[in-house]
Design a protein around this ligand. Structure first.
Ligand code: ASP
Length: 378
């Protein structure tokens, strides 16, 4: 009876605050374990509920020096310490915390990605009481995780990925305010049906397009050609447009996926060597992405080697670009001798994630080429 009431409420307005049933044995008035086994802090039952998934990174990093923004230890403090640093979060939302990992993002693996997607689907999408999810993450490969979650969590609830460029011990650390803004967007009904988003430095950017543009500065995350979806002023989100879906974006399920096949990225350069390609195949790559020069370009000799690998080994090769922005259109890579796949607007890192998801779902070469064709508009 109570469960069907919850579902009814969720169907009418998912972001309306929904109160968790308390266990009669709960003794703390504010903190209890919810029915998914998550520690849940409910200070104010009129607020929306958000689950924060912590993975590590600089946002959870510490240094012996308050001026150091390099050479610190990423992933040193846990979710509770992060939350303690920003008690204002509890004025915005009731929160549950899940410690997925505590690593620098360089150590995030496809196993961890699968765990994140499955837990967000279970603990947030399937729970009518949850309005949205926040993932705290290192910034170095944050765009890959964001793209993966954008593709594999498709319930319409906001999934916000957030990091920091300064460790938690730095003067003017950016993590606490970024985290507050991330929770604010995850709690907002305005953020519904926009896919996953990166919220950092007062900007809201589509996970499908976002990339890290600068190795050091706080204004690093941008969608270079596509721009921002919105911004926050005094912790209030302003979206510039109603919800839109990026051209070519498709939804995938990883519910039955237990591992993601290996996909390697090869960087094109002057006088590039074909053996890098054959070495990748010999080492077990099941798919390859080329960070090509310009619109997917490689030398004519490397092109012949690619056609061997496509035709003789049946390994899909996606041609993306090593340039910061721009499209690789099908017309720039097509040939009569092999099925070349163009990345469209997806950079090499995002192309690698998409190719892994497609291979994990058992797609063949033609289906893979069609899936990429949506983002290469010709
Ligand atoms: N190396 C760190 C990481 O990606 C950098 C950061 O979080 O900004 O985990």
């Amino acid at each position: 009876m109570f469960a069907s009431l919850l579902l009814l409420l969720a169907a009418s307005a998912y972001a309306s605050p929904i109160v968790y049933p308390r266990d009669v044995n709960d003794t703390d008035p504010f903190v209890f374990t919810n029915y998914n086994g998550l520690n849940f802090t409910q200070m104010n039952i009129t607020l929306p509920n958000v689950t924060i998934f912590a993975t590590g990174g600089t946002i959870a990093g510490t240094s012996g020096s308050s001026t150091a923004t390099t050479g610190y230890t990423a992933g040193a403090v846990g979710i509770l310490t992060l939350l303690d640093a920003v008690p204002q979060i509890l004025n915005i939302s009731n929160v549950a915390g899940v410690q997925i990992s505590n690593v620098g993002s360089e150590d995030v693996t496809s196993t961890l990605l699968l765990k994140m997607a499955k837990e967000i689907n279970e603990f947030v999408c399937e729970d009518p009481a949850m309005a949205g999810a926040v993932v705290t993450h290192g910034t170095d490969v944050l765009e890959e995780t964001a793209f993966f979650l954008d593709a594999t969590v498709n319930c319409g609830k906001p999934v916000i990925i957030v990091g920091a460029m300064r460790p938690s011990t730095a003067i003017s650390a950016d993590g606490p305010f970024n985290l507050l803004e991330a929770v604010t967007v995850a709690s907002s009904p305005l953020a519904k049906d926009r896919g996953a988003m990166v919220v950092m430095n007062d900007r809201i950017v589509s996970a499908y397009y976002v990339t890290k543009t600068n190795a050091n500065t706080m204004d690093t995350f941008k969608a270079v050609e596509m721009g921002n979806l919105g911004e926050l002023i005094s912790d209030t989100p302003y979206f510039f447009y109603p919800p839109v879906k990026p051209t070519g974006k498709k939804a995938y399920s990883v519910a039955n996926v237990t591992s993601i096949p290996r996909v390697d990225i090869l960087f094109a350069y002057e006088d590039m060597h074909n053996d890098t390609l054959y070495n990748a195949v010999a080492s077990g790559a099941k798919g390859i992405v080329i960070a090509g020069a310009g619109a997917g370009g490689v030398s004519s000799s490397f092109n012949s080697a690619m056609e061997d690998v496509i035709n003789d080994y049946g390994i899909p090769i996606v041609q993306s670009t090593r340039a910061m922005s721009g499209e690789v259109p099908v017309s720039d890579v097509s040939s009569d001798s092999a099925l070349h796949i163009a990345s469209g607007y997806l950079n090499p890192m995002k192309s690698r994630i998409l190719l892994g998801i497609l291979l994990a779902n058992g797609k063949n070469m033609t289906q893979i080429s069609e899936a990429f064709a949506g983002s290469a508009d010709d």
